[in-house]
Design a protein around this ligand. Structure first.
Ligand SMILES: Cc1cc2nc3c(=O)[nH]c(=O)nc-3n(C[C@H](O)[C@H](O)[C@H](O)COP(=O)(O)OP(=O)(O)OC[C@H]3O[C@@H](n4cnc5c(N)ncnc54)[C@H](O)[C@@H]3O)c2cc1C
Length: 336
């Protein structure tokens, strides 16, 4: 019988060991996108007949052993001052060492801010092929082919990775979290990481706001709202739904809303479960950042607005009449 961790032959390539999943954390908690990456990595490991292991940098408050429920056999921790805040060069160095120590052949990231800053560096350092923004499991029937989004979500590409080490970063909301039972072994990985070149000296958090990149629901406004004085229509609904707020680019440019709320091709790309677009035309550059949302609700007074083509639900109407009615309806539903 084959033992886990032994050499395996697949498409004439040798796989010795684990699929390694980078688990990123925020304030000691493993992020949801990483749980998607863990579930995805566990399935990749199953396809390859090997095991999935996670790696975490810095102090974590979550019960790491419980991550076994997502299919991870082992969690490797890396501790020390240099890894307590994200420095992509330090993390890349640590991950490169881990890949060598664990003989990992596939490394999986979430394609979020951390993944985007580390995966390409690791790819260059290890001379390993990288597919960023994967949306499906690799097809290993003939090589190692990964499907990804291209042209801002307008098309798919199937990219073959032929290097010995393969790196995948998974688009948020592209793979369902698979939680079952199980416990992972937690082990400290001893390594020398370089001194951080960048030091975080302080963090000013905006109190009470839900981070846009992690929000399950987003309520977003465009120029149709006429001015910042009307933004209560957006923020009131967001508060009721526990949602984050976003905006189109001209709204950020006009300083009606802070720039970090701007979504789209030149702003943040998001993939919430529910995206409300209020008074936004649906220009291609805006859609590029939101078209991976699971459900899109569009409120626009122009029935010809391009956003309706991308909408799951559309309301043709004046936002100043429709939004108060939605807010009232949600309040009623919540018994408020
Ligand atoms: C290189 C490049 C990059 C860009 N990147 C981005 C990007 O990342 N993100 C982004 O958003 N844009 C981006 N843009 C700009 C983009 O092309 C559009 O100009 C922009 O998205 C339009 O914003 P808007 O829909 O809020 O405004 P508008 O185009 O002015 O649309 C307003 C909409 O509100 C509707 N409306 C008006 N009054 C009401 C009302 N009372 N009730 C309901 N609906 C109403 C109108 O029918 C209209 O559809 C980019 C452009 C370029 C050239």
């Amino acid at each position: 019988m084959e033992k886990e961790g032994e050499a395996k032959f697949l498409n004439n390539q040798i796989f010795y060991m684990s699929v390694l999943i980078f688990l990123d954390q925020s304030e000691g908690h493993i992020k949801k996108n990483s749980l998607e990456a863990a579930s995805y990595g566990a399935k990749v490991a199953e396809l390859l007949g090997t095991s999935a292991e996670g790696i975490v940098f810095g102090k974590v408050n979550d019960d790491l052993a419980a991550l076994g429920a997502y299919g991870l056999k082992k969690i490797h921790t890396v501790s020390g001052d240099a890894v307590n805040s994200l420095d992509s060069q330090v993390f890349t160095s640590g991950l490169a060492q881990a890949v060598g120590m664990l003989a990992s052949k596939v490394v999986v990231f979430a394609n979020n801010l951390d993944g985007k800053s580390i995966a390409p560096r690791l790819s260059a350092k290890l001379k390993a092929g990288l597919v960023s923004g994967a949306v499906a499991l690799p097809d290993i029937s003939n090589g190692f082919v990964v499907k990804k989004n291209v042209f801002s979500g307008k098309a798919f590409a199937h990219v073959s990775i032929s290097t010995e080490i393969k790196i995948i970063s998974l688009n948020p909301n592209s793979y369902k979290i698979n939680k079952t039972e199980g416990s992972a072994e937690v082990v400290e990985l001893n390594m020398q990481v370089p001194e951080a070149k960048v030091k975080v000296t302080g963090v000013n958090k905006v109190a009470g706001e839900i981070p846009l990149s992690e929000a399950e629901i987003v309520v977003s406004g465009g120029r149709g709202l006429k001015g910042p004085e009307n933004w209560n229509l957006i923020t009131d609904l967001a508060k009721l739904l526990g949602a984050a707020t976003a905006c189109s680019r001209p709204v950020g440019d006009a300083h009606w809303r802070p720039h970090h709320e701007h979504v789209g091709q030149t702003g943040l790309a998001i993939a919430p479960n529910l995206y409300f677009a209020v008074g936004i035309s649906g220009a291609i550059q805006h859609l590029a950042g939101v078209n991976r949302s699971k459900v899109i609700v569009v409120i626009n007074k122009d029935p010809e607005a391009p956003f309706f083509k991308a909408a799951d639900y559309g309301i043709v109407g004046d936002a100043f009449e429709v939004m108060p009615k939605i807010i009232e309806a949600v309040k009623k539903l919540k018994g408020m």
